[in-house]
Design a protein around this ligand. Structure first.
Ligand SMILES: Cc1ncc(COP(=O)(O)O)c(C=O)c1O
Length: 487
């Protein structure tokens, strides 16, 4: 087949097809994985499959290519992903967007400075520690009345680049966990003006490109690189993400080399095939699937807006500027119920068997995804309507205020590798933190290794401890102590 025609054939799934061909040949299998098409798996697990899925759990056999040196079906599958997303080069990832962010920090920043939004996800920490990159934080605007972050204004990036002309790159978050996007094109122009690549954490944006009713996607808005959790909103299996590159500001060879450092040498072919097929599904049916998703989300939004005590984040709540919302994410303020978001999340799960994506002090956040069913939406609507009648008026628990600004005294990497000891949280003021603490979700660190522990941080973490909020990062899960640098 003519290769050019093949590359534009989004109805093909080269890796998946290669796997099916391989199995159809009924080969002798004297290689890993040792379960050999499911036969060696524990019975209780094997029973879950009709025999086909586990057969796809193969490895780098002749004809099945190698993720770290792709020349066959994997290379073609990645090329199709690049074509679909308007990228020059795309990489399949099997350790989520986390590994893609780490690879970009290693490849495009190294030990230099990087402009980073303060509400960056906790998954940046690994890349910062491994690369030795030095974060220069820029701050997003806040949505009045909701207290949620939106985008970083391009002017803030321009100023940061004037102050830090040696910064190697600018990172942006687009959209954030709440589905809010900022002026990404403006951020890209600010970065390009200083000849720096704009790298985008688009973990929540794998679907954006496929419907005009959604905010623009990173590749269309001028990013030099982006990483998308295809598993979150693009229809592939958990752990799978895509990293895209465009233009010459980020060296593809260095990204490939960084991924070889960070990623397993035994990637799951089930995960890889799910990426190949999710790409095909988005190409062929993305518009239609998202049309339905938007309809479901729109109907649910209208219904929830009529429930007393609830307030839904809407475009008119966003500050002046080029902000927008992903309408498939419903951000619901529950303050009017006299409950915290955490309490509502727990009530929804325990009493109504309704599970949402996340909660914070004041909100619950529900994602309506391409797999969502009408039943999911009506169950959430019924549950919140019932809850609003039954629970209204209960006193709310104290709300933790996330610390506003930070004071960096060391690079995250230097603090991470410093001699460290433990001090009581209440006595940690003025010390340099040697670890991170992020309430999860959304997983935004309140403090990074290398930052001064301020009274504000102590107050916040004390409230987090009292409310028993789930945290990632602290080595003392009870949060009675913090790890600090011993100077
Ligand atoms: C904004 C953001 N960035 C990055 C990540 C990491 O993505 P992954 O779980 O695919 O590694 C997440 C995960 O929740 C996220 O919310």
């Amino acid at each position: 087949m003519n290769r050019g025609i093949f590359l534009s054939s989004q109805d093909r799934a080269p890796l998946f097809e290669a796997l099916l061909r391989h199995i159809a040949g009924n080969p002798a299998q004297l290689h890993i994985p040792g379960h050999r098409q499911g036969r060696g798996l524990p019975e209780s697990f094997r029973r879950l499959d009709n025999g086909m899925l586990f057969s796809l759990d193969l490895t780098e056999l002749p004809g099945l290519d190698d993720l770290h040196n792709p020349v066959g079906p994997l290379a073609r599958a990645q090329e199709l992903a690049a074509t679909l997303y308007g990228a020059d080069r795309s990489f399949f990832l099997v350790n989520g967007t986390t590994v893609g962010i780490g690879a970009l920090l290693l490849a495009a920043v190294g030990q230099g400075e990087v402009i980073l939004p303060r509400n960056a996800h906790g998954s940046f920490l690994g890349g910062l520690v491994l690369s030795g990159a030095d974060p220069v934080f820029v701050y997003p605007e806040t949505i009045p009345g909701f207290g949620l972050d939106c985008g970083v204004p391009p002017a803030a990036i321009e100023q940061a680049l004037v102050k830090h002309p040696g910064a190697a790159a600018v990172f942006a978050l687009h959209p954030n966990y709440y589905g809010v996007t900022g002026d990404l094109a403006g951020q890209a122009r600010a970065a390009q003006g200083a000849d720096k690549p704009l790298l985008v954490d688009e973990a929540h944006g794998a679907h954006l490109r496929f419907h005009p009713g959604l905010p623009g996607d990173a590749m269309s808005e001028g990013a030099a690189a982006c990483v998308q959790s295809t598993h979150k909103l693009g229809g592939s299996l958990t752990q799978t993400s895509l990293l895209h590159l465009k233009g010459g500001l980020v060296d593809a060879g260095r990204v490939a080399a960084a991924l070889r450092l960070l990623e397993t040498t035994s990637p799951s072919y089930i995960l890889l095939a799910s990426l190949d097929l999710a790409r095909r599904q988005l190409a062929l049916q993305g518009r239609e699937l998202l049309e339905r998703t938007l309809e479901l989300a729109g109907r649910l939004r209208k219904r929830l807006a009529r429930i007393r005590g609830l307030r839904l984040l809407a475009p008119e709540d966003l500050p002046e500027g080029k902000y927008s919302l992903d309408p498939t994410k419903l951000v619901i303020s529950v303050r009017g119920l006299g409950l915290t978001g955490y309490q509502v999340r727990d009530l929804l799960a325990d009493r109504y068997r309704v599970y949402i994506e996340m909660a914070d002090a004041s909100h619950v956040v529900a994602f309506v995804t391409i797999g969502a069913a009408g039943r999911d939406c009506s169950m959430l609507g019924d549950a919140l309507a019932d809850l609003a009648v039954r629970e209204k008026g209960l006193p709310g628990a104290p709300l933790p205020e996330a610390p506003g600004t930070c004071k960096k005294l060391m690079k995250p990497r230097d603090a991470w590798f410093s001699r460290a000891g433990r001090v009581a949280l209440a006595e940690a003021a003025g010390r340099i933190c040697a670890e991170t603490v992020a309430v999860y979700p959304p997983g935004i660190p309140a403090v990074y290794p290398g930052e001064e522990i301020t009274p504000e941080i102590i107050n916040y973490l004390t409230t987090v401890r009292e409310l028993k909020l789930p945290c990632q990062g602290p080595s003392d899960p009870a949060l009675k102590t913090l790890k600090v640098v011993i100077e």
